[in-house]
Design a protein around this ligand. Sequence first.
Ligand code: SF4
Length: 379
Amino acid sequence: MSIQRNPSRSVRIGSISVGAEHPIAIQSMTATHTQDIDATVAQVNALHAAGADVVRIAVDSGKDAEALAEIRKQTEANLSVDLQESYRLAEKVAPHVDKVRYNPGHLYHHEKTRPWQDKVRYLAEVARDNNCAIRIGVNCGSVDPEKKAQFAPEDEIGPILQSGIEHCEHLESLGFERFVVSMKDSDPATVVKINQAFAEKRPDVPLHLGVTEAGLPPDGIIKTRIAFEQLIGRGIGDTIRVSLTVPNPRKPEEIQAGREIIDDIYSGRLRSVVALDPTALNIISCPSCSRVENEAFVELAQDVKAMTTYAKEHAITIAVMGCRVNGPGETDEADLGLWCGPNRVNLKKGEESLGSYPYDEILEKLKEELDKLITAQTA
Ligand code: SF4
């Protein structure tokens, strides 16, 4: 599946680059106490071995920063730190990492009278002196109160978007372009809305995608997958993190989940409907899970792909979903949708139900409907 990526610029983070034509990088974050050096090194290295392109570590104190210096010596992973409220720790941590993340909504906590522009200037200087990239990490749960006050209380997106854009422009005005932006929320729908809005205004800025507090697998993975399908499927997103609530030894599952989501999107295995190529035929089929009631679903998905090749130049989306739990709703957005029950397959045209058919009759019915759509498109 060829997805037209946004023309974002290339940003180097240690040994990798994100943005432009680079593969979508996968990140994770340690959950150990940073000062427990052995445990943190073990987790960083486990994530690195699982394929993490960047590993983030939280640093909240001078002692954490000292531990970081030791951790750096014991790993080859690309490291990033989260400054949280202590932006002034930047000069202590930057010598040991490849990227520094700050949250525009946390800058006001210290030195309240110092303008945020000065604080960002300091961060840019520290990053530049230490060969680091920056992530402007906007979080819907911690928006700068001053920014929030400029928008109507019900406007969820406005303050976050404006905050992200202003920080990009400020860094650029300082001659610093080695940055990425993230706009995260715990609601996948908000993550989609806000990242789409940002990408429309600043397609040149690489985006780091994530759904915060996604939760336990498998639900946490599903939530994240739904947001990522809508964004990555439309060319938005240069690096990702899947945040899962798992015990420390299972942390590398975040990397595995991220890799699977990206591979599935590029192979057209989607749980939600998105036209991966808006100019041609899109056949998408869900990646399947324990809810599949008839294993013939997998074969059917392959048969649909093979049978419809004759229509490959028509901008039509066909979704094939494996179960009656999510299938009926998830196919609403497709031009033609199939969802599989235990013995029959249900056929839909948009939201309209066209009936249910045995597995060995559905292909013929689908072809009839596809031909009708093609005739209507070419009429
Ligand atoms: S549509 Fe159903 S079978 Fe397919 S992945 Fe979603 S829940 Fe699982």
